[in-house]
Design a protein around this ligand. Structure first.
Ligand code: BG6
Length: 503
């Protein structure tokens, strides 16, 4: 909790009239405020180019909370208290004057509270402004106290290894690494954070979590949404840059990492980086067989998308992690837009039982961690069907958040992440070397595609399960992608786990 933070906290949002601020940042800050998580002395400085009256600006923030907050429409009295802490500073990021006025406002707030406070700068801006804003903060000494001033940088962090390295170098010349919070909102998701608890607090799974018992791991992030109005950005990014280099890679790290010596930012980030560095490098021939890129039909007609675009809206890969724990265990990752289902799942498929004493076919155990939309962990196992015969059937043992923590609201990823920045806890943020390692891991694929141009791009129907070619990547380990509930286990009875009610 940061209410213990006695110094004034200035929260600055650059790009305050953008979608991210309205949909995510302000609703998250508002929920932190109503939950008493924000420090007593805080002010939010919203900076943007847009000419707007402060009240009109605040009205758009209010409608954003109403529309997007997990708690819906704000209580008018609470909103009024929150809104009086918000200032709008109109200005161009390219003009020094904008930053001088911002500094003046921050200093006045700090002086009125008689203390140099903590300052959080959130870059909710297009990547081209990162350097400009950083330079201005640096030159005019707005973020010059290592222990108190923090900068949050949204993805995309670079567009390839070279640009990410250059950006890291640029930032590190002006700020200390501990001031830099490279955000990946997947790490703030409750279910993603729970994977660490699940793996390392439950000793029963640890002896099984390796190549001896696990046949393969599947990480699937399937999105129903198309690129919508984001064509301008997306067409130059594609699924690999937009989702894989960051979000999927982070999920992979959490599933595959070694247990860190303690729950602390640096050791956790070391363990994750190790995983990325151990990903087996693929040759062009291997890439042609182990990677599938697809594009949904009609993508080229989307707004701001080139009519001859070869950008992938679907990506799937079969990769390996060359370390003693995972040697030769396939990790099959995929993500796509305009897919049939909205579902993010991690499936751990255990090996077949060597005990062949039953007549029935036995389905090997499978652990499914559903990140969204259901927040659920289920274990598939064989059970005897009640009756006079020895007949087996797979059943599911389920842990669902709704049942176990009924009534307890689940914080949004941005709430968890903003609170961590205020606390100065970088555990759930990307360190420079992690970002670079992730780029390094995907570069051979990007280079290969560049050389292939549009060759090998699979067109799939919107609303489908992606290109058929991707099924090949599952072989010989699986027939189909996992989703919840899987047709194979749907009709089976469910055994509920009794969970202690949350205190
Ligand atoms: C963003 C990507 O980082 O994550 C989007 O830019 C994607 O393209 C989004 O839709 C998915 O996030 P979530 O939280 O909805 O799974």
């Amino acid at each position: 909790m940061v209410p213990s933070l006695k110094v004034p906290a200035s929260i600055v949002i650059f790009g305050a009239s953008g979608d991210l601020t309205r949909r995510k940042l302000i609703p998250a800050l508002y929920n932190l405020f109503t939950g008493n998580y924000l420090p007593p002395l805080f002010r939010i400085f919203c900076v943007d180019f847009l000419q707007t009256a402060p009240n009109a600006f605040k009205a758009t923030l209010l409608s954003g909370i109403t529309e997007f907050s997990r708690n819906g429409k704000p209580d008018p009295a609470q909103w009024a208290k929150f809104a009086e802490r918000i200032d709008y500073i109109q200005g161009d990021f390219l003009q020094r004057d904008t930053f001088l006025r911002l500094k003046e406002a921050i200093v006045a707030f700090e002086k009125s509270n008689k203390k140099r406070g903590a300052r959080l700068y959130y870059y909710a801006v297009a990547p081209r402004f990162i350097e400009t804003i950083s330079e201005a903060l640096y030159k005019d000494k707005l973020a010059n106290v290592d222990n108190a001033d923090r900068i949050v940088i949204e993805k995309p962090f670079g567009t390839d290894l070279a640009s990410a390295q250059a950006l890291n170098k640029f930032l590190r010349k002006r700020f200390a690494e501990k001031q830099l919070y490279r955000i990946d909102h997947y790490l703030g998701k409750e279910t993603v954070q729970n994977i660490m608890a699940f793996r390392f607090a439950n000793y029963v799974f640890e002896p099984l979590w390796n190549k001896t018992f696990i046949d393969h791991v599947e990480i699937s992030v399937s999105e129903k949404v198309s690129v919508g109005s984001r064509g301008g950005y997306y067409d130059s990014a594609g699924a690999l840059r937009d989702m894989v280099q960051n979000h999927l890679m982070q999920l992979l790290c959490i599933v595959a990492m070694e247990c860190p010596p303690k729950y602390e930012a640096e050791t956790i980030r070391n363990a994750k980086t190790r995983v990325i560095k151990d990903i087996r490098k693929m040759t062009p021939t291997q890439i042609s067989k182990q990677v599938v890129r697809g594009q949904y039909k009609g993508y080229r007609l989307e707004q701001h998308v080139s009519s001859s675009s070869n950008t992938e809206t679907y990506f799937a890969v079969r990769l390996f992690i060359d370390n003693p724990r995972w040697k030769n265990v396939p990790f099959i990752l995929r993500t796509g837009k305009s897919m049939e289902k909205q579902s993010t799942v991690i499936a751990i498929q255990f090996k077949d039982s060597p005990n062949k004493i039953f007549k029935d076919d036995i389905e090997p155990n499978r652990l499914i961690i559903s990140i969204q939309p259901e927040l659920e962990i289920s274990l598939l196992f064989e059970s005897k069907v009640p009756g006079l015969q020895m007949k087996l059937k797979p059943v599911e043992m389920d842990f669902t958040y709704n049942e176990s923590y009924s009534g307890d609201p689940i914080p949004e990823a941005y709430e968890a992440l903003l609170l961590d920045v205020l606390k100065g806890d970088a555990t759930l943020f990307m360190r420079a070397d992690q970002v670079e390692a992730a780029w390094k891991a995907v570069m051979p694929i990007l280079d290969y595609w560049k050389q292939q141009k549009g060759k090998g791009l699979h067109i799939y129907l919107p609303g489908s399960d992606g290109p058929k070619a991707a099924q090949q990547l599952l072989k010989p380990n699986a027939k189909d992608w996992t989703s919840l509930p899987t047709p194979a286990i749907q009709p089976a009875p469910t055994i509920k786990v009794a969970v202690e009610p949350a205190k």
